[in-house]
Structure formats: structure tokens, C-alpha cells
Design a binder for this molecule. Sequence first.
Ligand code: HEM
Length: 111
Amino acid sequence: MLMVNAWAVHRDPKVWDDPNTFKPERFLGQDIDAYKLIPFGVGRRACPGSGLAKRVVGLALASLIQCFEWERVGEDVVDMTEGTGITMPKAENLEAMCKARESMVNVLSEF
Ligand code: HEM
């Protein structure tokens, strides 16, 4: 079996400018070469759920931001250090506080 090291491809300075900096705007307004960005694999065995996944992740995140106000638990900046594992867990679990936004209280209390 051939395992492709997507982690290394996504952090290769020969492929990406400033690869270790979180810059989502780097993806705006341009087509990215399919072999440079491979979170869903590539080719015949690429993830068939990628279209669904991309829509659901955006929808879930947008819903959480729309419905709740979020705050850190303490003053410390969130530690983004990566842990070990196939699905790239954080080294430290993310703890956050959320409060339903005023405009959402009636909507959320119906569930
Ligand atoms: C953010 C969410 C997801 C990520 C990052 C992801 C990523 C991947 C990756 C990297 C592969 C292996 C591709 C390869 O071997 O080159 C894969 C395979 C697969 N994924 Fe996903 N996936 C996601 C969501 C989903 C969803 C929502 C479904 C189904 C509804 C799905 C169904 C599958 C299936 C069936 C395969 C095996 C394809 C094959 O071996 O021919 N995935 N996925």
C-alpha cells in the first residue's frame, strides 16, 4: 500500500509560500493545483464525500457562529500545537465557553 504524506505536501516551502502560517486568504480567487492541496486525497480513490463534507463543515461552523457567542476560558492564547494521530488532533483540547445569542434564544428553546 502506498501512503502519501499529505502533512508534508501541505507544509512544503517549495510548494507553498510561508507554509506554516494560517492564511486562508491564500486560497481566495484562484484555482489550486489538485496535487498541492490533498485533504481528500486525489485520483480514482479520492474521497467521494468531499462535496458533502465541504458543504457540511462550512454550514456547521457558520451555524455555531450565528447561534452562539464564543469566548476563551482563560486569558491564554489558544494553543494550536498539533498532537499525534491520523486525524491531526490538537495536543491540548480546546475549551471554550458559548452563550446563545439574544436573537437565537427563542429559536433554540424550541428544540
Ligand atoms: C472533512 C471530511 C472528510 C475528509 C477530510 C475526508 C478525507 C478522505 C481521504 C483523505 C480519503 C482517502 C483518499 C485516498 O485514498 O486517496 C477518503 C476516502 C473516502 N471517504 Fe472521505 N473524507 C471526509 C468526509 C467524507 C464523507 C462525508 C464521506 C461520505 C459521505 C466520505 C466517504 C469516503 C469514502 C467512501 C472513501 C473511500 C474511497 C475509496 O477508497 O475509493 N468521506 N476521505
